[in-house]
Design a binder for this molecule. Structure first.
Ligand SMILES: C[S@@+](CC[C@H](N)C(=O)[O-])C[C@H]1O[C@@H](n2cnc3c(N)ncnc32)[C@H](O)[C@@H]1O
Length: 257
């Protein structure tokens, strides 16, 4: 399974990096990232692990804010891209090819903060990853992770009933969001599209799980949940009409006591 997922991200590494383009998509910038930043709090001088860093834009962002950042990813190509982008910006991040489900390169109780942004919905081994985050955090350390909201995720049990295209925003209007088979935890494969509408070379695996599964895995590992956030767009833009009606992301903050 690890090998299949590694191959997916290796094949998609270039198009994924282009999609992120050093700053994330509009959904990331206008909905998710401000929430993640609030939950992480002041990162200055803190040891931060970016677990599943992709092309590393958040690792670079938090390094610029004064965190001492280590970043891991399963994909060698994404780690190479991250290293190149980081070097060109003249900042320092320690990148490693490693697996969030058994993090070989990190000893126990090394970090004040673990950030895992949009990764846990792409891995089969949720409980192992959360146990690993617990292991590498110091006592009092904080885990922040985000996922696409499992109740309203169109890769999982739901989808929008779409209406006409809105001429103002060029997006199709949402009539209502329908959810079914929410309790069926299973893998879906989906092809992403580039900003230009081209299909990615390989599908990406998504693992649908209920919200209670995520919360219970945190408790089983020993974490205490501090906040579960369902962020709304930070600007009152018509483009995000659908995302103001049902949550697009869920973000968890938990502490190792
Ligand atoms: C949706 S991307 C998110 C990347 C980045 N965190 C961001 O916000 O742009 C998911 C990332 O998880 C990585 N990944 C998938 N399975 C992994 C695993 N078992 N260990 C480490 N990274 C993994 C992929 O290579 C990919 O970079």
């Amino acid at each position: 399974m690890d090998e299949k997922i590694r191959k997916q991200w290796e094949s998609n590494a270039e198009v994924f990096s282009n999609l992120i383009d050093g700053e994330g998509t509009p959904h990331h910038r206008m909905i998710l990232n401000p929430c993640v930043e609030r939950l992480l709090g002041d990162v200055k001088g803190k040891q931060l692990l970016d677990a599943g860093c992709g092309e590393g834009y958040l690792a670079r962002h938090y390094a610029k804010k004064g965190a001492i950042v280590t970043a891991i990813d399963l994909s060698e190509r994404l780690i190479e891209t991250s290293e190149q982008l980081t070097e060109s910006e003249g900042i320092n991040v320690d990148y490693r090819v490693d697996n969030v489900c058994y993090i070989e390169s990190v000893p126990n109780e090394e970090f004040d903060l673990v950030l895992s942004n949009l990764v846990l919905l792409n891995i089969p081994c949720l409980g192992d990853a959360i146990n690993e985050f617990y292991r590498v955090l110091k006592i009092g350390g904080v885990l922040v992770f985000s996922i696409v909201h499992p109740a309203f995720n169109f890769y999982g049990p739901g989808s929008w009933q779409m209406g006409e295209k809105d001429p103002e925003t060029n997006r199709r209007m949402g009539i209502f969001f329908k959810v079914d088979r929410y309790f069926e935890e299973k893998e879906y494969e989906r092809y992403w599209k580039t900003r230009e509408g081209e299909t990615f070379p390989e599908p990406i695996s998504f693992f649908h799980r209920t919200l209670s599964t995520y919360i219970n895995k945190l408790s089983e590992a020993g974490f205490r949940l501090l906040e579960l956030a369902e962020p709304v767009p930070v600007e009152d833009d018509d483009f995000f009409d659908r995302e103001r009606r049902v949550p697009f992301f869920a973000v968890f903050k938990a502490v190792k006591e």
